[in-house]
Every structure is written in C-alpha cells, then in structure tokens.
Design a protein around this ligand. Structure first.
Ligand code: HAM
Length: 440
C-alpha cells in the first residue's frame, strides 16, 4: 500500500524533464562504438609510426590557453568554459589539447627522452561555439604531437598518420590543404602587406573583419564575408614572403608528402584560428562539410609554444581531428556483435541455476545474455531471436534435476540436451560448423 502510494505521488509530479545541455550529445552505443573504433584504429596507426598515448587533465589553468592559444583568438575570447574553483583559481575546460600536451611534456621526464617525442591522444574538448551540424560544445578529438624536433619532414609524418587513418576508416572525398605562414622573421612583412592591401578599402569591410585586421591581420584571410571576399583576388600570398629558412622548410614538407604519396593543394588563405602556429599549417577538408566547419582535422607546426608556456624551447608539430565529423562521414562500422547465447529459465525455481550457468559460459569466453524474467518461455524465446543470438539455452525443472541444459541452435531449430559443463563445447562446435558452412 505504502509502495503504491509513493509511486502515484512520484508519477503525478509536474517537474519538467531534464535534458542534456545545448551543444552536447549522449553517445548511444552504436555511435560510441563507431567513435571508439575510430580512435582504436587511429591509435594503432599512430603506434605503427612510434607514437604513444598520453592523457592530460580535462581542466587546466586558464592561463595555459590565454598564453598558448592566444588572447586574440576566437577560442580564447569567446569560446572557453572558464570558472573559478573553490580557492578562486581560474580554470578552463580544455578547448584543445596541444597546449596541455606541451605543458605535460615541459613538466615531465618526457623532455629528457631523445627527440622527437611522439605522443597521441583522444578525449573530449569544450568550446562555447554555436551548435550546428558537426559543431558541438563538447566534442572529441583524436590527435598526435611530435615534440622536440624542428625538421620539416616531421610535418609530413604527422599528416601521413592522419591520412593513413582516414584511408583505414574508408573515408573518401577528402583533400589536404597546405600552407606556410612563415615565422617571426618573415611574418611581419606579410602582415604589413595585408594591412596595406586592405587599408584603402576599410569602409567596405564588415565590422568583424575590420576588427580582425586590427587585432590579428592574418585572420582576415579566413573571412567568409562577400565584401571581403571581393578584395581577395589580388591579396598578397604568404608564400611570396617566406624567408629562406621557411621557404626551404616548406619545400621539404612538400617533397616528403610526395614520398608518402599524399596529394595536397596549396592554399594561400589557410591561416588557422590558433595563434601558436609557425610555418606549416594544414587542414583536411571533406566535400560534404561546408562553410566554417568543413575541416575534418587541422594542425601545423608550433615551434615557439613551449617558451610561451614558460618551458625551454621545444619545436613541435601535430594535428587533431574532430571525431564527431570523422564518424559522421566514414562508412558505418559492422553492427554490434549479438550475444552468442541467451540463457532462459523456464521456471522461476531455476533462476539461480540459470545465473550460475551464464557465469560459467562467460568465463569460458562466450557472450551471454541471461533472461531470468518472469515471462513465459515462449515470449523469452521470441525475445532471444530478436537479439540475433545463435543459440538459446533453456533451463527448466527437468534440466535442473538431470543437471543438463537444452541448447537450441536457432538457425536450424536443432536441439540437444547436454551436461552443464559440456555446454560451451557444444556452442563452439556449432559455431565452427557454421563457419565451415556445414550446418544443415
Ligand atoms: P582545431 O582546428 O581548432 O585545431 O580543431 C581540430 C579539429 O577539431 C577541427 O578540424 C574539427 O574537426 C574539430 N572541432 C573543432 N571545434 C569543434 C566543434 N565545436 N565541434 C566539433 N568538432 C570541432 C586544434 O584543436 C589544434 N590543437 C590542432 C593541432 C594539434 N595543431 C597542432 N597539433
């Protein structure tokens, strides 16, 4: 009586249901399996190039991103989830993982290893972005960083990891966009050339692009605005401003990419949205992704980042891919494996025996779903068929007395009663016969 009353009270509640925060996603089993499968493939390929997985905290001190990513970037100005902790320290949910990995490298014994130190990672990132197709506030990245070595061939290597990974996932329709944005030596001249180019047309530019020009002129090359676009035809190209070292490095990256047989398009307007890049920048675009979120992944070289974070110089290069976008575009992986056996108790009195048998079979390496509900055996059998299981094990009082289980092979209807300890061997015999195609 009391129980019923409490339940009535509970169901008559007028509380609105609580839903997930905007821009987040519940990863239901099929999608999560696709994502973890993609990460496993990425880690396997990265490891074949010598990369080892690292995990850093999901929150970091805010200063790490302000200094590392840059306080003029959209990410830092508008998109960070920043909060004070109970002692008043400013923390931020990581919007990206290059600065955290460099911090971990600088702070640990990793920096004593012989360079380059090759690291890979996967995990959630957070940006207060406008949610849309392929754009979330909590999203996941898979990425690699090669730290401690400034050789240009390494830039091509990290691209090759990503390229091989996308091929492994069967993802077509992609193009590699490549640019060099120079370094502290040659970039100022390019920046000035951009300012000179747009100076006579400031009035034509939208507010946002005028702001970009004032704060971080290179970012104007990213503009999607029609009026700005019209002024791009004769815009200066970074390539024409590279100093000898940056020019040589860019040549070497391209040579190495050809050796990896990776096609690329030179893209003079690829400047990327994070401030730490020098020299090589790249993105992989997919033909089905449009506008601001057309990149499956992006990356580049960040030789001055370590010093910005307060550590000794450690040049580096890496990429990160958005897993939601990769999974959305890759062919779906094989469906989840069905259980091999469903164990059903035919009578309530044999529930303990059914549980015991299921555990025994699991220990033998089989995937078992145990149905000990109080429904009729007939409805349990129907439910078992819907799971896609190969075999149903039925336990009733007769079986309990004789310490046997009735196994039914669902594909043929064949049925045998075997001793409990022989059940796994019978299931395996059937599985092997089915693999040989010799089941009648
Ligand atoms: P990023 O271009 O900001 O680079 O992000 C890399 C990828 O993460 C993007 O190409 C995209 O696929 C995905 N992504 C970014 N924002 C979102 C979002 N709001 N929703 C869904 N996916 C998103 C970086 O993060 C650099 N740390 C990459 C890097 C590594 N550079 C050097 N090493």
């Amino acid at each position: 009586m009391v129980g019923l009353f409490a339940r009535a009270n509970y169901t008559s509640t007028s509380m609105p249901p609580i839903s997930r925060p905007r821009g987040t996603e519940d990863l239901l089993p099929d999608r999560l399996a696709a994502m973890t499968g993609a990460v496993a493939a990425g880690m396997r390929i990265a490891s074949s190039f010598g990369y080892r997985e690292i995990a850093t905290p999901i929150f970091e001190s805010t200063e790490l991103f302000v200094r590392g990513v840059g306080d003029t970037t959209d990410v830092v100005r508008r998109e960070m989830y920043t909060f004070p902790d109970r002692s008043g320290r400013s923390l931020t949910l990581r919007p990206e993982n290059t600065a955290p990995v460099l911090r971990a490298f600088g702070e640990s014994s990793l920096r004593e290893l012989s360079p380059p130190v090759r690291l890979s990672y996967a995990g959630p990132m957070f940006r207060y972005d406008r949610p849309g197709r392929g754009r979330y506030r909590q999203f996941h990245q898979f990425g690699v960083e090669a730290i401690g070595d400034g050789e240009a061939e390494l830039d091509a290597e990290v691209i090759a990891v990503a390229w091989d990974w996308l091929a492994d996932l069967g993802l077509g329709g992609i193009s590699l966009q490549l640019n060099s944005i120079g370094d502290a030596q040659c970039r100022p001249a390019f920046r000035q050339a951009l300012l000179d180019h747009f100076a006579p047309h400031l009035a034509q530019l939208p507010e946002l692009d005028r702001e970009r020009l004032a704060r971080n002129p290179l970012r104007i090359l990213d503009s999607k605005d029609r009026a700005t676009e019209e002024l791009m035809a004769t815009v200066p190209r970074t390539r024409d401003f590279l100093c000898t070292d940056c020019g040589d490095a860019f040549e070497r990256v391209q040579l190495a990419l050809r050796a990896y047989r990776i096609p690329f398009q030179l893209n003079d307007r690829l400047v990327r949205g994070l401030d730490y890049y020098v020299r090589t920048t790249f993105e992989v675009w997919h033909e089905d992704l449009q506008g601001a979120q057309n990149a499956l992944f992006g990356g580049g070289r960040y030789d001055g980042l370590s010093e910005l974070l307060g550590y000794p110089a450690a040049p580096g290069v890496g990429f990160a891919a958005g897993l939601e976008r990769v999974v959305m575009l890759a062919p779906p992986p094989a469906p989840l494996a069905a259980p091999q056996v469903v164990v059903c108790s035919a009578q309530a009195s044999v529930v303990s025996l059914a549980i015991d048998l299921a555990q025994r079979l699991r220990r033998d390496g089989l995937t078992i779903v145990c149905d000990v509900g109080r429904r009729s055996l007939k409805s349990k059998m129907r439910a078992a068929e819907r799971t896609g299981a190969g075999v149903v094990g039925i336990l009733g009082e007769d079986e309990a007395k004789s310490e046997r289980v009735t196994l039914r092979l669902l594909s043929t209807g064949e049925q045998v009663a075997v001793r409990l300890e022989e059940a796994s061997a019978q299931v395996r015999d059937w599985a092997e016969a089915s693999a040989r195609g010799s089941l009648s």
